[in-house]
Ligand binder design. Structure first.
Ligand code: SAM
Ligand code: DTB
Ligand code: SF4
Length: 333
């Protein structure tokens, strides 16, 4: 699945980002309406299949072993536990289940075999299965595709320049290589980042430029507001102004018109009015369920009430097209 491209320059994206706020929201909404159904929101549910004890030093992350955040390290969940959680997510209306692991990279061991079983099991429930497991080789990506993986989340998080200040244990190019491996296996790419980490507007814009310049534009772009966690180097970051989130969402929508733009982490700190502006600006996905990976998220019922007030409806799995079409289009040619 590739999406339309216009070869945006950093300067052009910066100009969009700095448009007067209400003009920007209006333009985001226009681009959104021209390319997507504006009343549909894709609802994803997150499950942390392997929590804590991660070897990486990502400065925002509560799951790194380098910081004392109170997150305990757990073993990989069992297949049965994950399939039970998938049933609950599905009955709550989630069309996509994203399984996250606090791994630096996937290793070819029994844990990976177990994840492949989870992917098969969730796929059999007619949900879009997504994983975020850290770095992948081409072969590992292919194994996930063969098991029925629909999407892979791998965020570039910020600009290349800023990346070094936030993570020292891997390089920006490592991220881009994994994204390439995922694309080669014809898995849908989900890649975005975090704002509110102390980065400049240029860093935000450069991140969007990198995403929009990939060989294939990601199908899905999560925009996370930093959840500052005590014990991490970012514990004292000030709360992200909602206006920055609105600007970032609108700019992402305008630069990548057909991508699913996900209003991701940080919603517990946002008012309903603030979130309404994000949907107007072009957001069309959320994570639902009372927990992200380790931090809180709005209660499922609160989000359904929000949808009712706004007149939004959850989008069906595979965009209502049925799984077979996707599988034949993306995995067997
Ligand atoms: N370990 C894998 C990886 O790094 O790709 C997968 C899990 S990792 C937790 C997935 C993403 O969560 C990160 O790339 C980052 O964008 C996001 N994230 C982690 N901690 C966050 C926080 N405190 N606030 C907002 N987003 C966060
Ligand atoms: C993404 O962009 N955001 C999600 C998901 N992809 C894996 C993760 C947010 C994590 C927030 C911090 C936590 O709960 O640990
Ligand atoms: Fe590990 Fe992912 Fe957290 Fe980085 S973001 S510390 S790789 S779990």
């Amino acid at each position: 699945m590739s999406v339309e491209r216009k070869n945006w320059t950093v300067e052009q994206i910066l100009e969009v980002y700095n448009t007067p706020l209400l003009e920007l929201v209006n333009r985001g909404q226009e681009v959104h309406r021209a390319n997507n159904n504006p009343s549909e929101v894709q609802v994803s549910s997150l499950i942390s299949i392997k929590t804590g004890g991660c070897a990486e030093d990502c400065g925002y992350c509560p799951q790194s072993v380098k910081y004392n955040t109170g997150v305990e390290a757990h073993k990989l969940m069992t297949v049965d536990e994950v399939l039970g959680a998938a049933d609950i997510a599905k009955s709550n209306g989630a069309s996509r289940l994203c399984m996250g692991a606090a791994w630096r990279e996937v290793r070819d061991n029994s844990d990976f075999e177990r994840v492949l079983e989870m992917v098969k099991g969730v796929n059999a429930k007619d949900m879009e299965v997504c994983c975020t497991l850290g770095m992948l080789t081409e072969e590992q990506a292919q194994k996930l595709a063969d098991a029925g993986l629909y999407a892979y989340n791998h965020n570039i998080d910020t600009s290349e320049d800023n990346y070094k200040k936030i993570i020292t244990t891997r390089k920006y190019d490592d991220r881009l290589d994994t994204i390439k491996n995922v694309q080669k296996a014809k898995i849908s790419v989900c890649s975005g980042g975090i704002i509110g980490m102390g980065e400049s507007v240029e860093d935000r814009v450069k991140m969007l430029h990198t995403l929009s310049s990939l060989d294939e534009i990601p199908d899905s772009v999560p925009i996370n507001a930093l959840v500052p966690v005590a014990g991490t180097p970012m514990e004292n970051q000030p709360l992200l102004p909602i206006w920055d989130m609105v600007r970032m969402i609108a700019t992402t929508r305008i630069v990548m018109p057909k991508a699913v733009v996900r209003l991701s982490a940080g919603r517990t700190q946002m008012s309903l009015e603030g979130q309404a502006l994000c949907f107007l600006a072009g957001a069309n996905s959320i994570f639902a369920g009372d927990k992200l990976l380790t931090t809180p998220n709005p209660e499922f019922n609160e989000d359904m009430e929000m949808f009712r007030i706004f007149g939004l409806t959850p989008r069906k799995a595979f965009n209502g097209k049925g799984k077979l079409e996707h599988v034949s289009a993306d995995h067997h040619h």
